[in-house]
Design a protein around this ligand. Sequence first.
Ligand SMILES: Cc1cc2nc3c(=O)[nH]c(=O)nc-3n(C[C@H](O)[C@H](O)[C@H](O)COP(=O)(O)O)c2cc1C
Length: 409
Amino acid sequence: MTEVRSRRQVPRWQDLEPFLQPRPIPRDAVGRRLARCLSVDDVERLARRRVPGAVWDYVDGGSDGEVAMRRNREAFDRVELRPTAFGQVAEPALGTRLLGRPAAAPIVLAPTGYTRLSHHTGERAVAAAAAQAGLPYTLSTYATTSITDAARSAPAGRNWFQLYLMKDRAVSRAHLEEARDRGYEALVLTIDTTVTGMKRKDKQNGFAIPPQLTARTLAGMARHPGWVADILTTEPLRFATFPEGSTYARWGMSNELREQAIRPADITWLREEWGGPVVVKGVQSVVDAVTAVDAGADAIVLSNHGGRQLDRAPVPFELLPSVVDAVRGAEVYVDSGVRSGGDVVAAVSLGATGVMVGRAYLYGLMVGGQRGVTHVLDLLTDEMRRAMAMLGAPTLADLSPDHARLRDR
Ligand SMILES: Cc1cc2nc3c(=O)[nH]c(=O)nc-3n(C[C@H](O)[C@H](O)[C@H](O)COP(=O)(O)O)c2cc1C
């Protein structure tokens, strides 16, 4: 038998040329950084280097032993996505309706307190990126940008306002009024923050809100002069949804000011005060989901606050099928651990109306401000499109529990 051999030849320019086309390299540092990030995990790795260690731990960490936070991720990692044989589609559509209005994808940007620690442009950049992507953005009660300023940076955006109900209802009424005046379309009432979760790393780092200047925090900041310069030369950090100079603007996050025991009647009261859609966030059981909807919630968010509140709390994603079953006529969102388009596809397959993402967009913000957030949203939607194409689901409505299963391990 004769052996197969290649015929040798001298390389010619026209044969090599196609392989030598320079790939476009972004000119600026942010563009170059983002171009290297092909997943949210990549963005996370770069983000870690952009901010002082104590800021990183505040954003990235979980409460107590971080068991809930780990389990949130493990649950998504156990998802098996199951394609429909011969069902592939080339161009799946991600468009959907959230709270009755169109959205480009089933993704909502979750409320995150003190966002300007991640990047000086903070909530304004996140709201603008969300608006540009056609996705709703939720401003936190503990935002470092006022309700009015956040809305101004995303006038065409779908802005939601997250409410921490205050014991002094007049303070909460003022929030509702400003949010209504500035065109916020929904109110997101968070019910999982009876007391603030214990973040051991924050304690060890001497990290506090408002930030305290200790030897340790100063040492951490010295390694990030750019971050420090940005923070010092832009408007001072404060709880900006509260009136400037008030106790709340400085100490807004303290347990004593917040309503610590939220009752179903509070949801009914808010429904009347607000007049628009009310979303209840931090639901962690079937019973509470049904109670919230019976009390007037238009939607609920299954959430353990990204593993930042009660450690060992149930994994929201694992609660999803039973809650979807029990709750009819209300939208069900899920968050805590969403890091990829595959996670979103799995959640929708198991009945979620959509997901909320928190840390994922904060990583983007750390790496590249508004462009970084946009990059993360692009990654998530690109991954969704690829997953749906290979699963054989042309639209979100075609996703069903047949497409996602939780493996035992
Ligand atoms: C830095 C940070 C601050 C947060 N602040 C708030 C807040 O002010 N109000 C709230 O309802 N949830 C808050 N959350 C929880 C998020 O809204 C969301 O539930 C959580 O981040 C989802 O988990 P993920 O980060 O794994 O996506 C915060 C989360 C982070 C990471």
